[in-house]
Design a protein around this ligand. Structure first.
Ligand code: ATP
Length: 706
């Protein structure tokens, strides 16, 4: 079933683990295998200080088992890893979702092997691209498809275009919608996997690679291959949409410790940069995993270019797979343990995945019905023209020569020019309308983002004021807050508040820019309208031929109709944005409610523990509160809201006097799996009514196809 535009799905980060085989160097230094795969998901890391001959009897103090979505050891082939981690992302990318696969792990653990592979054992890049092209070729949808790729490296916090290394260092830019882009990046438009592979091999030669103590061909940079799949409907107007799916494949530089890799000088500086970005990545993973998707917690992506680029992949709009790599060697125990701990945390990250439908096409697809209305209007007008010309032929046969002369005179000269002028004025107006809609949309988003940051700041200021008040009450004296603030001795402002303050300036500047653009466009639109009406006024005077005049007037009518429809479209967009703002407010209230629930429960527990006497009114309030909680009505309302606001929900009723009447309203969910339909979810609630003296239960079913 097709997903709806702009719909978000919860998606947990998939974390895989790959343990490579022991290498010659490790065997030479007498290393033993301490990382074992137990089953398809579980691995154990044993303590190398203990006798590891018997897996079951080793000292358990530092031994730990870890669970991942999928685990591989030295027996796994490149195909096994690809199929279990990446293959099923392809359909999503074609359907317009973003996807990211990144290889993570210490230096020499096998990241490049997994991503790029060898000629004889190609890795994820080639396998993915082959399947992607095959899937596009096999697609039965009537779509024009184009694929673009770019390949960059981040080396020492600088971005280089691996497909065009002479372009120097590139800058990261964040657009008004918060999407990160690389300014000036080369995007190759390709049509097959072989071509991409040639580009990739060329690009890879440009990658900064050196021999380190830990790996002879150690990648000193993070390499990011981005493949963009853009699809456009071949059928014009109806259901026209542009789907954009982006696939990021990231081969991270190895996590390493300078002491371990015996790096000095340049290598050590590189190591510091690599570690900085890996630390930033680890911090993001920490923050995201603690946030657990519930309460908005600040995640600092800004600390490194890598995390800024992976922002969407980690906490935003992407299906993401992290393939963690470790060596099985006892000599690499510490780094393997650190890697496993981070990979374990990463499992808690939940992403919101939204299908990327470009705004313009998104509007077009939404307004299919309006376009259909327009078409029928045009058909009606054409039929009228036919009818008119038939009537004219009948009634004005005598003047036929005169009419023909006029037609010839105008159709090749002024008439064609006027027609062209009218059409181009119309096209320009449509362009302006669309740009205006985009701007309005963008402005709303900026406004919402600004409000979000302002709320974060005001929340913090409230907390700080409360903390000060509490301190004054304890010490019994009034502190000079301004002075304290000046000296910086007050409570320290958290990083997320500082970041929110920093973000507001650029957001407001962006808003001003959009408003200015909007004003200019509105003025231009007004001028275009005046121009069109002037041309239209000229028509009846210049053209004496009835049919020609009618056709042009009707053409203008069509244009007017289309303009009106565009106005409706922009109105719908505005409403959508208002709804989103409301959703945001609901979300805030929901957070506040969760907080209040916690406080109430803790207070109640405290009262009971201490055996405190509670005033009667408060007791009543408590009962009311717990009664609402126990009947679950609030959660039901929330569920109902989420469920019914989904446009795929279909409603139907069943009135029955046979089904049991519940003495209270019932709301429940039923999940039923049908062979042909897939998973179908029903929301059922009932109420009892009297129809003609008979008590009946009215069952309201809302059906949603999952
Ligand atoms: N699963 C595997 N099977 C066979 N050989 C492997 C495997 N994984 C890695 N190797 C080999 O181990 C060596 C190091 O691997 P690779 O260069 O992929 O490590 P890396 O994690 O990318 O290191 P760095 O971060 O330093 O770039 C290479 O010679 C590679 O061919």
């Amino acid at each position: 079933m097709k997903d709806l535009p702009g719909e978000w799905k919860d998606h947990q980060l998939t974390v895989a683990l790959r343990i490579r085989p022991l290498n010659d160097a490790e065997i030479e230094e007498g290393a033993t295998t301490v990382a074992h795969k137990i089953d398809s998901q579980m691995v154990v890391l044993m303590d190398p200080c203990e006798d590891s001959d018997n897996v079951l009897r080793v000292n358990r103090s530092r031994e730990k088992t870890y669970m991942f979505d999928v685990a591989f050891d030295y027996t796994a082939t490149q195909e096994d890893v690809y199929v279990a981690t990446t293959k099923n992302l392809i359909d999503g990318v074609i359907a317009g979702y973003n996807a990211t696969v990144f290889a993570y792990g210490p230096t020499g653990a096998g990241k490049t092997y997994t991503m790029l592979g060898l000629d004889s054992e190609p890795g994820i890049y080639i396998r993915t691209l082959n399947d992607l092209f095959r899937a596009i070729e096999d697609s039965t949808e009537d779509l024009d498809c184009s694929v673009y790729m770019s390949y960059i490296e981040i080396y020492n916090e600088m971005i280089r275009d691996l497909l065009n290394p002479s372009s120097g260092y590139l800058e990261l830019r964040e657009d008004a919608k918060g999407e990160i882009r690389i300014a000036g990046i080369t995007e190759f438009s390709t049509c097959n996997a072989k071509e991409i592979m040639a580009l990739l091999t060329k690009g890879n030669k440009q990658r900064t690679q050196e021999s380190t103590a830990a790996n002879k061909t150690s990648s000193r940079s993070h390499a990011i291959l981005q493949v963009t799949v853009k699809q456009k409907s071949r059928v014009k107007d109806i259901n026209e949409e542009v789907r954009v799916g982006k696939l990021f494949m990231v081969d991270l530089a190895g996590t390493e410790r300078a002491s371990q890799t015996q790096n000095r000088g340049k290598r050590m500086k590189e190591g510091a940069h690599i570690n900085r970005s890996m630390l930033a990545l680890a911090n993001c993973i920490n923050a995201l995993s603690e946030k657990g998707g519930k309460v908005a917690q600040f995640v600092n992506y800004r600390d490194s270019k890598l995390t800024r680029l992976l922002k969407d992949a980690l906490g935003g709009n992407s299906r993401t797979v992290m393939i963690t790599h470790i060596s099985p060697a006892s000599t690499k125990f510490e780094e393997s343990r650190n890697t496993l701990v981070y990979a374990d945390k990463a499992k808690n990250i939940r992403n919101k995945v939204r299908r990327n439908l470009m705004n313009v096409s998104y509007h077009l697809a939404q307004y299919t019905r309006i376009i259909a209305d327009l078409r029928s209007e045009i058909d009606r007008l054409r039929a009228k023209i036919d009818q008119q010309s038939q009537e004219q032929q009948k009634g004005e046969k005598a003047d036929i020569r005169e009419i023909q002369a006029e037609v010839q005179q105008y159709s090749h000269g002024e008439l064609a020019l006027l027609q062209e002028q009218l059409l181009s004025a119309f096209r320009e107006q449509m362009e302006i309308r669309r740009s205006l809609m985009e701007l309005e949309n963008c402005n709303m988003e900026l406004h919402i983002d600004t409000s979000r940051h302002l709320l974060t700041i005001s929340d913090w200021e409230h907390d700080r004021a409360r903390a000060w008040q509490g301190r004054d009450e304890v010490t019994g004296e009034k502190t000079d807050r301004d002075k304290e603030e000046e000296q910086g001795s007050g409570p320290e402002e958290p990083q997320y508040v500082t970041a929110a303050r920093e973000e507001i300036g650029p957001l407001l500047a962006e808003q001003r820019k959009t408003m200015e653009l909007k004003r200019e466009l509105e003025e231009k639109l007004l001028n275009m309208k005046l121009k069109s009406s002037k041309i239209e006024e000229l028509l009846p005077k210049r053209i004496s031929n009835h049919e020609q005049r009618d056709i042009l007037t009707l053409l203008c009518k069509v244009h007017e109709l289309e303009l009106e429809k565009t106005e409706i479209q922009s109105g719908v967009l505005c409403k959508e944005n208002v709804l989103r703002t409301k959703d945001f407010i609901i979300q805030r209230h929901e957070q506040q409610r969760t907080l209040c629930d916690d406080i109430i429960h803790q207070q109640k527990a405290l009262i009971e523990d201490q055996g405190l006497c509670v005033p009667e009114e408060l007791q009543e309030l408590y009962s009311l509160y717990f009664c609402e909680l126990s009947d679950g009505s609030i959660d039901q309302i929330l569920n109902l809201h989420t469920f019914t606001t989904n446009p795929r929900a279909v409603s139907f009723y069943l009135i029955s006097s046979f089904l049991p009447h519940f003495p209270f309203p019932l709301i429940c969910f039923l999940n039923i799996h049908f062979k042909s339909l897939g998973s179908v979810r029903f929301l059922l609630f009932n109420c009892t009514h009297k129809y003609g003296g008979v008590r009946c239960s009215l069952y309201h079913f809302i059906l949603k196809h999952e």
